[in-house]
Design a protein around this ligand. Structure first.
Ligand SMILES: [Zn+2]
Length: 69
C-alpha cells in the first residue's frame, strides 16, 4: 500500500505558519510573548483588512497573517 509522505514538503513553512498562528493566539489571549531577538514583548495589531500583525518595539520581529474568520 502506497503511502504518501508529505513530511519533507514545506514542513518548515507549515511549522512556522502554525507557530505564527499560535503566537498570535497567545497574544490575543493576553499572554506575553517575547521577541526571540530582543526579548521585548510583542504587540498585536489588527488592520482594517482583517490582517493581524505582530511586531516588537525594535522591529526585528514582524509577522502578519490574514484572519480566517
Ligand atoms: Zn525584537
Amino acid at each position: 500500500m502506497a503511502k504518501l509522505d508529505f513530511s519533507a514538503i514545506n514542513k518548515s513553512a507549515a511549522n512556522s505558519f502554525n507557530e505564527q498562528r499560535n503566537l498570535i493566539k497567545k497574544i490575543g489571549r493576553g499572554e506575553t510573548v517575547l521577541c526571540a531577538t530582543c526579548q521585548r514583548p510583542l504587540k498585536l495589531s489588527v488592520s482594517v483588512t482583517s490582517e493581524v500583525g505582530v511586531s516588537c518595539e525594535k522591529g526585528c520581529t514582524g509577522i502578519s497573517l490574514e484572519l480566517e474568520d
